[in-house]
Design a protein around this ligand. Structure first.
Ligand SMILES: NC(=O)c1ccc[n+]([C@@H]2O[C@H](COP(=O)([O-])OP(=O)(O)OC[C@H]3O[C@@H](n4cnc5c(N)ncnc54)[C@H](OP(=O)(O)O)[C@@H]3O)[C@@H](O)[C@H]2O)c1
Length: 325
């Protein structure tokens, strides 16, 4: 698979499409059993992906442990990204807190360094500048290769980047969620920061394989995000029809077109779809080989601009899962 560079400073070379590992522990209902999850992570690497995304919060450490085990035999050949949450400091310093979380992540991931370390959600209880300073020190000391932030504003990006240059911003981006196109993505381009779209398939919707009849259970976010509300699934059909039309013309699948579209946009964009079945791993990673011509891309953009999108995926809606059976 072709590679891309994330970040001009503290840069990392990654495959054009990575693997989001969250679903192996969290967020999409029942996960495959451990051996199958490890097989699929290793398969993604065999198929040319070297970029794997996890977080300490996915299954409270379960996901990092799984990813660490799966990638141990190829650790030197892969780029591991993980994330920390700092809801409050409990009287400790920022530096001490970040280092504690980092050590615990490294242990679970069976590694002596993290390639890309994100702060999962900026929050007002913790100084962004101090986190950026700490990340700078960790980069100098070789504990992390680069750092990043997730779901941030342009202002937060500029502030953090002025303290320690970011390698990447990881935020939601897909044909169904384009809010960062107006500010954060152009700022990433200007500053030389990579952009890693999460939920690049709109939590799977863009594959066109989910109907309004689908039933979701457990911790599956599709129970609560409004994109999957019955009326919105119906209202969003024109988007799926457009994708299918392009997929048929390009001898590709809808999911591949949705990923090829963002890969075409900018060379600093590296999506990390989540996938837990062999055919989907092959399909999604295969999108790196689906090339849109300039005419196809502008025709797709024009059609997309004429389609209204219904529903979204917000942290507030996802928090409602805690109160459900
Ligand atoms: N920074 C953050 O706050 C944040 C938030 C969310 C996610 N993330 C990261 O981003 C990664 C990707 O996010 P996501 O998992 O929401 O992405 P996504 O790829 O948009 O959605 C994943 C869902 O789509 C389904 N899917 C994927 N490819 C498919 C295909 N070709 N055909 C049919 N269904 C398909 C998956 O099904 P199966 O899994 O059942 O195969 C899964 O249910 C996560 O794994 C995580 O690492 C980060």
């Amino acid at each position: 698979m072709k590679t891309r560079i994330l970040g001009k400073a503290n840069s990392l070379t990654v495959s054009a499409v990575g693997m989001g590992c969250m679903g192996f522990s969290h967020g999409y209902g029942a996960a495959p059993e451990r051996g199958e999850a490890i097989r699929l992570i290793r398969l993604a690497h065999e198929l040319g992906s070297n970029f794997f995304d996890t977080a300490e919060g996915y299954g409270t450490g379960h996901n990092e442990t799984l990813v660490g085990e799966a990638l141990k035999p190829v650790r030197k050949k892969v780029v591991i990204a993980t994330k920390l949450h700092i809801p409050d400091l409990n009287g400790k310093s920022v530096s001490e807190t970040v280092k504690e979380h980092l050590r615990a992540s490294m242990k679970r991931l069976q590694t002596d360094h993290i390639d890309l370390y994100y702060w999962h959600r900026v929050n007002p209880a913790v100084s962004l500048e101090e986190v950026a300073e700490t990340m700078g020190k960790l980069i100098k000391e070789g504990d992390i290769g680069g750092w990043g932030l997730s779901q941030i504003t342009e202002e937060q990006l500029r502030l953090a980047h002025s303290v320690t240059p970011l390698t990447a911003v990881q935020s939601e981006y897909s044909m169904m969620e384009r809010m960062f196109e107006k500010d954060v993505i152009p700022a990433c381009e200007e500053l030389g920061v990579g952009f890693v779209p999460f939920s690049p398939l709109g939590a799977g919707f863009l594959s066109g394989k989910y109907s309004a009849k689908e039933h979701y259970s457990g911790d599956d976010v599709r129970r609560v995000i409004t994109r999957f509300a019955l009326e919105n699934v119906s209202a969003n059909q024109p988007l799926l029809e457009l994708l299918l039309k392009f997929a048929n013309e390009k001898n590709a699948t809808s999911a591949q077109i949705a990923l090829a579209w963002m890969l075409h946009k900018n060379d600093f964009i590296v999506p990390i779809p989540g996938m837990r079945k062999e055919d989907r791993v092959r399909e999604n990673l295969g999108s790196a080989g689906v090339k849109l011509t300039a005419e196809e891309f502008s025709s797709l953009e024009k059609s997309l601009s004429e389609i209204e999108i219904y529903g979204n995926r917000t942290d507030e809606d996802i928090a409602k899962l805690h109160d459900m059976d």
